[in-house]
Design a protein around this ligand. Sequence first.
Ligand code: HEC
Length: 195
Amino acid sequence: MVDQQHLKPLAEDGFFSDDRGSRVPPAHTVARGQLRDDEQFYTGKIGSDLAATFPMPVTRELLNRGRERFDIYCAVCHGYTGNGDGMIVQRGFPQPPSFHEQRLRDAPIGHFVDVITNGYGVMYSYASRVAPEDRWAIAAYIRALQLSQHAPASDADPATWQNGRARPPGAPKSDSPRNSDGRPSGRPLPPSTND
Ligand code: HEC
């Protein structure tokens, strides 16, 4: 069981007549799990246009996942709020544009997925580190960051104002336990599903 006869991938071996240990996949076959037939999902584009819509429903869960992945992979340069002032920039890496500038607020959602997939200018691709679904999750979270910096006061229902702080419906009341930075305590991030 432990030490069966085997071929080493990509190594030379005399078993087949061409002396190659690995076989060329038969023409017109796709390895299991590698069929990338949903163009929008994998590229952020529909035809040659950047997609303006999401290929999946945007849920609270997707946004939470996007926040977690953004904070891990993007915030080091783009900053936690997307201002472009992350620690690596403070240490000398070229400064990215703020996500809150009008051009990027107007950019179709597919632009963010495309930049993560292929890189942009001096920013390298994150395709090997961020799975396709997570690229959309991050893009959704960037949209949430953009909204957070341009929210008109009229978005807040006056009935939810308390102690000068807007409280969305269903959020914990201000007498519930809070961290020193004012966020409600005891709200762990959702579990990672990327392991
Ligand atoms: C190592 C630093 C670094 C990291 C990490 C990084 N970026 Fe960037 N990003 C940049 C820089 C620098 C630019 C500007 C590139 C240029 O214009 O040449 C940029 C540009 C962008 C742009 C703007 C493109 C435009 O239209 O101007 C987007 C969107 C973007 N990054 C998204 C992301 C996302 C999402 C992540 C995380 C998955 C990420 N970046 C991670 C440095 C980084």
